[in-house]
Design a protein around this ligand. Structure first.
Ligand code: F3S
Ligand code: F3S
Ligand code: ZN
Length: 105
């Protein structure tokens, strides 16, 4: 299942991580929630393909380990979402539609 593009209406911020929001529910290790707001990655959808990490021209993403998660044991964290230039490459290349980028949030 892809990331919900209306996650900011349907979820609540439950934590912060490396300066960005984490949208719940979170129940580790199986349920990790969505990291980031402008560049949002649904950790429960991400399968650690890595295309976003490789292709982002301004290096928004950094790997974080998520041992015990059923989909993958690492995730692309939007650690530098503030640097995003809205090129949308990450949204296009993610094979499981785990990323949503919205310039209005
Ligand atoms: Fe990078 Fe995606 Fe923004 S590729 S520049 S995080 S739209
Ligand atoms: Fe994950 Fe998609 Fe990136 S599967 S590592 S968010 S390309
Ligand atoms: Zn994070």
């Amino acid at each position: 299942m892809a990331i919900d593009p209306n996650f900011d209406e349907n979820r609540e911020v439950v934590d912060s991580h490396e300066g960005h929001d984490v949208w719940g529910p979170v129940d580790e290790p199986e349920t990790q929630g969505i990291h980031g707001t402008h560049v949002a990655v649904d950790f429960d959808v991400c399968i650690a393909d890595g295309a976003c990490v490789e292709d982002c021209p301004v290096d928004v993403f950094e790997w974080v380990d998520t041992p015990g998660h059923p989909e993958s044991e690492r995730k692309a964290d939007p650690a530098n979402e503030i640097q995003c230039i809205d090129c949308m490459l990450c949204v296009d290349v993610c094979p499981v539609d785990a990323i949503d980028v919205d310039s209005s949030r």
